[in-house]
Design a protein around this ligand. Structure first.
Ligand code: SF4
Length: 383
């Protein structure tokens, strides 16, 4: 696959109808500030464009959150128009929106398509009713099924379904059922996430206080393997630890930017950016975000220029999570370091244990290596 080096744009919509117990993305349930938020978001886009003096070409716009499908079509239109005014978007720009099956109707979907949105990511998570309730999702399995059908009806031909596994008490049968049901819709892309217990979430608290129990690690690996076999046997390419696509054409361009250190700009509370070797994030507060922008100040919570050793570590961490791995020629050109010489012991050990291979100038993890990806990545920290 040719990795696009063009830049990406991310918009964080910080509203949800109700918080899911496992989620640590920043969002609030009070939507009364939505109009004000949109106004200042447009200001942030304009201020950022003038500050970074953008000449880059962009080939992705990702509207995520939160629940972007809570916005009206006019509000989404205002965002896309303002982005297009200040940034050079490719004609075939990948424009994605995340939607919650509990907040959709066919009319709205048609309008989103008319706005030029060409990729839709549906937060399905599970096709088991009890599991949706456990996760505090606001939708039913029927609403997910209808949402997928409506997207197809409207003409979306690049659909991602998000699924979560390793839920407390999840049975193998239930996980198999969810996967097979998802596959029956022939989605172009599937994101399959292992449930994590993030601090500050109700799930974490329930875990700590013994009200729910984590699946043991062997089960987690087994569930990953079930998903991996079913999806790859059905023709999907496993191109990143949690991501599968029907063909290279459907790899998420936006995600590749994060994984391959391609510059991107993020807008909205808690959004991150990576630009000219600097990283920054916005504050995680809708009211704080609004008040900063009303004073025409950018709402940053931090900004740092990454040192070379940080860039190298991040590059390796991100690239090894992808099916493609570390592009050895690019790595040397970029950092002036021969990757295989620098990590001679680590790479040889992984190759000997069939956890990694060298193929076509790429050093990459095998499927076996992907299963213990986090453990392997620790070997490549550069001080
Ligand atoms: S709908 Fe999505 S963003 Fe909102 S709380 Fe649930 S998982 Fe988080």
């Amino acid at each position: 696959m040719n990795i696009s080096r063009k830049s990406g744009l991310y918009i964080h919509i910080p509203f949800c109808r109700s918080k899911c117990g496992y989620c640590d993305f920043y969002s609030i349930e009070d939507t009364s500030l939505t109009s004000t938020f949109i106004n200042v978001l447009l200001t942030e886009i304009e201020l950022t464009a003038s500050q970074v003096k953008v000449k880059n070409q962009f080939d992705t716009l990702y509207i995520g959150g939160g629940t972007p499908s809570l916005l009206s079509t006019n509000q989404i239109n205002d965002i896309i128009n303002t982005i297009s005014k200040y940034f050079n978007l490719d004609n075939d720009c990948e424009i994605t929106i995340e939607v919650n099956p509990g907040t959709l109707d066919p009319t709205q979907l048609k309008q989103l398509s008319d706005l030029g949105i060409n990729r839709i990511s549906i937060g399905v998570q599970s096709f088991i009713e009890d599991e949706l309730q456990l996760l505090d999702r606001i939708h039913t399995t029927d609403e997910s099924i209808n949402a997928i059908a409506d997207c197809r009806q409207v003409g979306f031909n690049n659909i991602n379904l998000d699924l979560i596994f390793a839920l407390p008490n999840q049975t193998t049968d239930n996980w198999n059922y969810t996967l097979k049901k998802a596959l029956s819709f022939l989605p172009e892309h599937l994101s399959v996430y292992n449930l994590t217990y993030e601090k500050e979430t109700p799930f974490y608290k329930n875990l700590m206080e013994g009200r729910i129990h984590r699946l043991d690690e062997e089960k987690e690996i087994e569930y990953f393997s079930i998903a991996h076999s079913l999806l790859t046997d059905s023709g999907y390419k496993h191109y990143e630890v949690s991501n599968y696509a029907r063909s290279e054409f459907y790899y998420s361009r936006q995600n590749y930017k994060y994984w391959q250190h391609v510059p991107y700009l993020g807008f909205g509370p808690s959004a991150h950016s990576f630009w000219e070797n600097s990283r920054w994030a916005n504050i995680r507060s809708v009211s704080g975000y609004i008040s900063k922008l009303r004073q025409k100040e950018l709402p940053r919570s931090f900004k740092e220029k990454l040192k070379t050793h940080q860039l190298i570590s991040e590059h390796i961490f991100l690239a090894l999570r992808t099916y493609q791995g570390v592009f050895l020629i690019d790595f040397e050109r970029h950092f002036g370091i021969n990757f295989l010489k620098k990590f001679v012991r680590e790479t040889q050990e992984l190759i000997d244990n069939k956890l990694a291979i060298i193929h076509d100038d790429f050093f990459k993890l095998t499927e076996k290596g992907m299963l213990i990806c986090d453990e392997i990545l620790l070997k490549f920290t550069v001080e």
